[in-house]
Design a protein around this ligand. Sequence first.
Ligand SMILES: Cc1ncc(COP(=O)(O)O)c(C=O)c1O
Length: 385
Amino acid sequence: MISKQITDKIAQFETPFYLYDIELLNRTLETVKSEADRYNYKVHYAIKANFEAKILQEVLKYGFGVDCVSGNEVKVAIEAGFPANSIVFAGVGKSDKEITYALEQGIFAFNCESSHELEIINELAAKIGVVANVALRINPDVDPKTHKHISTGHADSKFGIAYKEIEDVAARLDSLTSVKITGLHFHIGSQILDLTVFENLCDRVNVLVKWFIDAGYNLNHVNLGGGLGINYANPEGETIPNFVEYFSIFNTKLEIPSDMDVHFELGRSIVGQCGELISKVLYNKVTGGGKNFVIIDASMTELLRPALYSAHHAIENLSGGDGSKVYTIAGTVCESSDIFERDIELPTLNRGDLISLKSAGAYGSAMASRYNLHDLPISVYSDEI
Ligand SMILES: Cc1ncc(COP(=O)(O)O)c(C=O)c1O
């Protein structure tokens, strides 16, 4: 990761801040592009993972579309230069204002999450005299074998149209003249490392696509969402996720008509490894129970994932440290869950040491908040210092 090579240069910035390795981001994007192009797959960058303008400019160069989950995400994508017709819009709670805005922009497709939403999109499209292109987001009831808070494709999740509701929804489609069903959409979860999960997804997709085609629907695409995981435990051992195997699974397992396009919505796997959160050690303290706590100047307001889903980010003491000790690394916020790591052995940490929390490019700065009135973290880009 870049922080090691440029520790002297980053020492000038006030911590905590995000540091992005733009060269790694470009190598990752090149890999995604070349592997997706091999099968003529279309990739939409999941902008929720990281919406920083500089990151979007890098992604834009590769000709990908964007996957959005709010009207503001659609707006930011368009303002960044992504063509409206490369944008897909998912999310269980699209407001009337957001739907109308996306209709006016002429996005590629709404990934529609319920029959009720379908009716509202139909109504709003009729009101402004357009026909909305819609992909039905089907909940395929596939276990993604990931953390429950980032699982979306099991039967009782709030996402997508239930498997058993499909026939009813299809039966109502004929009366909805301002929506056109152009595809099917799936997204079963995030940080998926067991790739057999995607094989199971393909089995479901094959059956469903056949069902819709047999029922007379003229689908032009299937969207398989995102979810490919990254190596948080050993980021340096796997800086670029295994896109080769990922796309080849779909190529092997999907059995759909050859004239249907296959789309993906990748977030974490594209930007996760290029970002680090750089922080400084503030205090050492020993608890009554004898635990060595290190308080750093980053917290759950800059990187929420550990507090939100007990996520782990590899930690490195960029200032070296002699010897080693077992530490619990805590943030500054007045919440007991504001802990980055418990009982890990690290090179000794002393006040002023610069530390890096790795693999923080996805769902890091995007989830930052001003809780406790913290300032939002700034971003530093490797090619600008
Ligand atoms: C609908 C949808 N598509 C794509 C993604 C991106 O997932 P990932 O970052 O795991 O690739 C998400 C993430 O939550 C999502 O909700």
